[in-house]
Design a protein around this ligand. Structure first.
Ligand code: GLU
Ligand code: ZN
Length: 278
């Protein structure tokens, strides 16, 4: 990390619900790290998932972030040299990346439904990730088998290879492809780029130097490292944050409405007080 390049960090919320205290804490770490490095903080609106995304959440997201004390120097509301900052306006870049992955033989069409995958799985889920390991059913699909059928594109992981990186917070991380995670979707059957692809493409294109995100995404980072490699892109460095848990020890999720920034603010809490409690 002795490189002379300027630090560029990012906040990348998905407008699928109201932001809660858990998001705010991870984002705050991102902002503090950008500040400490004398760098920039970019806001990206990860609004690709139109089935779950609602316009009201985008406005609420911007308002809640400002209220909490976040400041960004590029974003959907203010523009910047790497615009657009709404993922829904960046389809062309994802399509281009998909085409490169396809031409390079890194991906294959998969016609499996969720049910097919469940039925084909013999091994239990790996503990560190929620996604079951894809059993590889479609790896050798022929063109005739996918004709006239809906399919997603899956990344063929290098089975047995250890993907390692040094996390800025947790230190050395090692994940074995095919074991800790399997072939993953980069393009959904409904035509929407998957998070792994859009995120890697944008972090690279927006010249993000460090990605700060929750520890639930450690395995996704290993997947994204494979995407960077396949696309010939340099990967940023990573800093994963401990997840916030509620009083029962459960991960905060968007369903914890009581801990949404909106609710806390309505209750009269100040952002300073909430931060002080950390
Ligand atoms: N939009 C993604 C999310 O909210 C970003 C995750 C990440 O930081 O990579 O889950
Ligand atoms: Zn399949």
């Amino acid at each position: 990390m002795n490189s002379p390049e300027k630090y560029r960090g990012r906040l990348a919320p998905s407008p699928t619900g109201f932001l809660h205290l858990g998001h705010a804490r991870t984002f705050w770490v991102a902002q503090e790290r950008a500040r400490a490095h004398g760098g920039e903080l970019i806001l990206r609106n990860d609004d690709l998932d139109s089935t779950r995304y609602k316009m009201e959440f985008v406005d609420a997201m911007l308002e809640d972030l400002r209220w909490f004390g976040f400041k960004w120097s590029e974003g959907p509301d203010i523009g910047g040299s790497f615009a657009p900052y709404n993922q829904s306006e960046r389809m062309i870049f994802y399509q281009d990346a998909l085409e490169k992955l396809r031409a390079g033989g890194f991906i294959y069409p998969c016609t499996c439904s969720r049910k097919d995958i469940q039925a084909a799985i013999t091994a239990p889920h790996p503990e560190n990730d929620e996604e079951p390991i894809y059993p590889g059913t479609c790896r050798e699909n022929r063109k005739s088998e996918i004709a006239n059928r809906k399919f997603s594109w899956r990344f063929r992981v290098p089975d047995g290879e250890t993907i390692s990186f040094v996390d800025g917070n947790f230190g050395e991380q090692r994940f074995i492809a095919g074991n800790d995670f399997g072939d993953f979707v980069v393009w959904r059957h409904d035509g929407v780029p998957a998070y792994q692809l859009s995120c890697a493409v944008d972090d690279a294109m927006m010249q993000i130097t460090e990605v700060v995100r929750g520890a639930d995404l450690l395995v996704s980072t290993a997947r994204q490292i494979l995407i960077y490699r396949a696309l010939g892109l340099a990967a940023p460095v990573f800093f994963h944050c401990e997840l916030m848990r509620d009083e029962r020890g459960e991960r905060l999720a968007k369903r914890h409405d009581a801990l949404s920034l909106r609710a806390l603010r309505a209750r009269g809490d100040s952002a300073e007080k909430l931060r002080y409690a950390w």
